[in-house]
Design a binder for this molecule. Structure first.
Ligand code: PRP
Ligand code: URA
Length: 207
């Protein structure tokens, strides 16, 4: 269940994001814009209901969002740039945070923080992280979300590789993944090829 959002604006901005000469300021802006654009695809199935309003001209029946409310859940650090921009688009969404980092030797995720909306079980969850590499972090994040009662989860990443998609699919086959691109493979250090490097370091300028 992988959807690649192939809109030209998204593909153009992604190419700029990949470029090693793109500095942190531009990287942050591009990642925010990409997240916002991709959110259109990831929220395509939100339910609508007809409501009555008065325009300045007449009464009208118009569509408004209904059904389950949304929770945006960012995988720290890098997912934060995505939740910060999408919440501007969907201000009624609640925002959760899962702190995970990948151990550089084992590449296994280490959880150091979790704070989720208390009603996460009643919300649709959009789980956000720019990178789906081995899939360890995403699988762990979904485990944590399910343990807190979340049942409707969609994963949105900027870059994915087949290894990461397969790992999520094996552990959580019902999860839909939305990505801007499916890259070739992982290198020996677990980095996505061609990729964009370390997303957190490029966003926050820590390398
Ligand atoms: C990056 C990225 C994902 C994870 C993906 O985070 O933002 O969370 O790696 O790798 P995986 O699919 O192999 O688990 P990182 O561990 O570098 O943490 P950071 O965002 O705090 O820098
Ligand atoms: N995490 C990143 O930030 N980049 C990769 O290529 C893989 C994992």
């Amino acid at each position: 269940m992988l959807t690649i959002v192939s809109h030209p604006l998204i593909q153009h901005k992604l190419s700029l994001l990949r470029d090693k000469n793109t500095g942190s300021k531009d990287f942050r802006e591009l990642a925010s814009e990409l997240a916002m654009l991709m959110a259109f695809e990831a929220t395509r199935d939100l339910e609508l209901e007809e409501v009555d309003i008065e325009t300045p001209v007449t009464g009208a029946r118009v569509p408004m969002l209904s059904g389950k409310k949304l929770a945006l859940v960012a995988i720290l650090r890098a997912g934060l740039i995505m939740s910060d921009s999408i919440v501007r688009l969907i201000p009624a969404a609640k925002v959760g945070h899962l702190g995970l980092y990948r151990d550089p030797d084992t590449l296994k995720p280490v959880t150091y923080y979790a704070k989720l909306p208390s009603d996460i079980g009643e919300r649709r969850v959009l789980l956000l992280d720019p990178m789906l590499a081995t899939g360890g972090s995403a699988v762990q994040a979904i485990n944590l979300l399910k343990a807190q009662g979340a049942t409707q989860i969609k994963l949105m990443v900027i870059l994915a590789v087949p290894e990461g998609v397969a790992a999520v699919e094996a552990a959580h086959p019902e999860i839909e993944i939305v990505a801007a691109a499916l890259d070739s493979h992982l290198n020996d250090h677990g980095y996505i090829v061609p990729g964009l490097g370390d997303a957190g370091d490029r966003i926050y300028g820590t390398k």
